[in-house]
Design a protein around this ligand. Structure first.
Ligand SMILES: [Fe+2]
Length: 286
């Protein structure tokens, strides 16, 4: 069984907390559990939080959080990281408490994005209540996926395939360097990355999935009416079959909001290679 169970949280430094509150809550149905001048904490399910945004002048991905089942997993991954030249930091009791987890390990990926490996995340006894009636598809699959534009795929494959031991879902030939899509649970991919000429290393998008196409359509209408800047029109992906649109977050990177993503059976899955990322739609705008 894989040590890494899911992509479970995202922590970021953002410039405009108030814009994020409207974007995440009013438009896309995430529950606001904390909102101050300096912080926005968002809930998507039974977990006490899934996205934690801190105000700062320089946009940065502080933590892509990967869930494991206990201290043995954290120690095994810490050893592999050190063997590969990483210098991970083990959280203090206070740091773990601030993440509402029992323990975590923190380090930076080869492009300086924060990465954490954690276990024992807090559940909330009160029900998740979405301001738009959205229900996010997270059970045993984490909050969704992230796709990064990277300086080179080589060290990212080492980190996520050799050290984290994520499974290869497939490749898409989206440029000279194929996009690499990896899974750790039935969600088709929890992370993807590609080096694209002329694209600076950064988070490209965060995908969240809802359980109803109408929820996607209603949010899409709000975006088309001007609630946020559309990135790509509604469309369907080849590899994970997701029907989704892309929208620019207040931080510049995008969010993919989708329905119907493929769930895979690891026992029978065979990685493929696609020549295109879309069956239809996903036309770039702006
Ligand atoms: Fe995506």
């Amino acid at each position: 069984m894989r040590r890494i169970r899911e992509f479970g949280y995202l922590v970021a430094t953002v410039r405009d907390i108030d814009a994020w509150k409207v974007f995440a809550g009013d438009v896309h149905g995430m529950q606001i559990v904390e909102h101050t001048e300096d912080r926005l904490k968002l809930r998507l399910d039974e977990r006490s939080w899934r996205i934690d945004l801190h105000r700062g002048e320089v946009e940065h991905i502080d933590a892509v959080g990967w869930e494991v089942r206990g201290p043995g997993d954290i120690e095994a991954i810490e050893k592999k990281l050190r063997d590969h030249g990483y210098t991970p930091h083990r959280a203090t009791t206070e740091e773990a408490a601030s993440r509402e987890v029992t323990d975590y390990l923190a380090f930076e990926d080869p492009d300086g994005n924060g990465v954490e490996v954690y276990y024992g995340a807090r559940r909330d006894q009160t029900p998740f209540i979405s301001p738009t009636g959205a229900r996010f598809v997270t059970k045993n699959m984490g909050i969704g996926h992230v796709m990064f534009a990277v300086s080179s795929s080589v060290p990212f494959r080492e980190l996520y395939m050799d050290i984290f031991e994520l499974g290869l879902s497939d490749f898409i030939d989206i440029g000279p360097d194929p996009g690499t899509f990896l899974h750790c649970n039935p969600r088709h991919h929890s992370i993807a990355f590609a080096n694209r000429p002329g694209v600076a290393p950064r988070l490209g998008h965060l995908m969240v999935q809802v359980d109803d196409m109408d929820t996607v359509g209603r949010a899409y209408d709000k975006v088309l009416d001007g609630a946020a800047a559309l990135g790509s029109t509604l469309g369907k992906h080849t590899n994970d079959e997701m029907v989704s649109y892309y929208v620019k977050t207040p931080s510049g990177w995008e969010m993919e909001y989708g329905y119907g993503g493929l769930e895979i059976d690891e026992e029978t899955w065979v990685p493929g290679r696609w020549s295109a990322a879309h069956f239809w739609g996903h036309k770039r705008v702006g």
